[in-house]
Design a protein around this ligand. Structure first.
Ligand code: H79
Length: 422
């Protein structure tokens, strides 16, 4: 049906067509930018175990260091995020121009950061005693931001019938398939029921690492989500080519324009869950350029933060997000609600469009201020710099099949200047 050969879609999926799906996806297609939050027991060790720095991504610490579940699960006694403030978190997303928030309800370690009547490995077992997801749901509603949950449906290193923990359990034993199905039917599904019943409207359920899940199990989970909340969209990592949109591989951006719905999830440093020694921050400029690249190819950007176990989003993350928000405030028009533009094969510029306008995002400003754009046709009315309060019209001329636009010699925007063609 569509071309998903790009390596970025290693973990991607096909999607079902249909009017229902279009309805569900309408807001998401315009939204472009979301906040991903990885928060759980792994935020406490933050990449260190028994005084040793553990390699790899923070939320994988239990797996990387083969920590026995009996030992790791003792972290519940320490989870008490006294600084957690839903209003602050949602405000950060709001100021950054993000339109949706997706938080880990349960990651691969199996800990549920919400109040659940299914199993005991959840927030109720901690000294915190409140449900942070409930507070976030209320606050997102207040600030008009869509809210959704990440849920690890296959890997679960705590549940004996979940997948992935080969240091506490021997899953090659008898009844593996039957046991995993038991886990899906009697543990995963009831959790999904709680998540889609107790928190008001949920915009997205974001599954991950499908691995051994069967087609039947994926289909049942998809149907369950849509039955409980018909407007809830489900990402492609549900598995077996099911779901409402494709997820690329982590941090992967496809090389070309794609003609289906897709999203890149990405990190600001290297880890997803908070890791004390990860200071490998991407620059705000690179993040903005990645974001533009993604939108110009028809995708959404789900950008991650990993709050500390106290409930603080690292300052470096907040700084970058706010800088993206600053750029976006001036350039909303060329991002939200746009579709991929007509020029797709140039490295120095990325384009988007609306019915009336084409937006040229100039990633590398030419030293003479002259932009040479191929194949835009001859029906151009007006050219200006987006965000220019004086709305100065720029001179342009047609030359063969090119349009040559004379811009200021110095780029008007310090990060990425956008030229608007009407
Ligand atoms: O939730 C985030 C990741 O934890 C999750 N997806 C994003 C959104 C994810 N699950 N699996 N993976 C990412 C890929 C796993 C990579 C691994 Fe490794 C390579 C696991 C074991 C070897 C890196 C190195 C992580 C642990 C050691």
């Amino acid at each position: 049906m569509t071309n998903r050969n790009d390596p970025a879609f290693r973990t991607g999926s096909m999607q079902r067509e249909g009017a229902m799906r279009d309805d569900r996806l309408n807001w998401w297609r315009e939204a472009k930018f979301g906040l991903f939050i990885h928060w759980g027991l792994y935020s406490i060790p933050a990449g260190r175990w028994k005084g040793k720095f553990i390699e790899g991504i923070g939320e994988w610490i239990q797996h990387t260091d083969r920590i026995p579940r009996k030992e790791y699960s003792k972290l519940v006694d320490q989870f008490n995020p006294l600084e957690f403030n839903a209003k602050k978190w949602v405000s950060i997303a709001k100021k950054s121009g993000q339109k949706y928030i997706i938080i880990t309800a349960k990651h691969h370690d199996g800990f549920c950061i919400f109040q659940s009547n299914v199993g005991k490995y959840n927030i109720q077992a901690t000294p915190f005693g409140k449900d942070p997801l409930k507070e976030l749901a209320i606050e997102c509603n207040r600030q008009d931001i869509k809210f959704g949950f990440y849920y690890s449906q296959t890997q679960d290193w705590f549940h004996p019938f979940g997948n992935g923990n080969d240091w506490d359990f021997d899953h090659s034993m008898n009844n593996q398939d039957k046991n995993f199905d038991d886990y899906v039917q009697n543990y995963v599904k009831p959790h999904i029921r709680e998540l889609l019943t107790n928190y008001g409207p949920i915009a997205v359920i974001w599954f991950d690492t499908p691995k051994i899940i069967t087609n039947k199990q994926s289909q049942e989970l998809l149907d369950l989500c849509h039955r409980l909340q018909p407007n809830c969209i489900v990402n492609g990592r549900l598995g077996n080519s099911l779901g409402d949109y494709c997820s690329t591989g982590d941090n992967a951006i496809p090389n070309n324009l794609q003609n289906f719905d897709w999203e890149t999830c990405g990190t600001i440093n290297d880890t997803w869950g908070f890791k004390i020694d990860d200071n490998n921050w991407k620059s705000a400029e690179d993040l903005i350029k990645n974001f533009i690249d993604i939108v110009s190819k028809g995708g959404n950007f789900l950008l991650n933060v990993g709050p500390t176990s106290d409930g603080i989003i690292p300052k470096a993350s907040v700084d970058k997000l706010l800088r993206i928000g600053n750029w976006l405030e001036k350039h909303q028009e060329s991002i939200y609600g746009t579709t991929p533009g007509p020029i797709q094969n140039l490295d120095w510029c990325k384009t988007t469009k609306t019915i009336e306008n084409i937006y040229i995002h100039v990633l590398n400003w030419p030293s003479n201020g002259k932009l040479v754009l191929p194949n835009l046709g001859k029906s151009i009315h007006e050219v200006s710099i987006l965000g220019d309060d004086k709305k100065t019209e720029l001179n342009f001329e047609n030359f063969n099949s090119d349009v040559i636009i004379q811009c200021p010699v110095l780029p008007p925007d310090p990060i990425v200047t956008v030229v608007k063609i009407t």
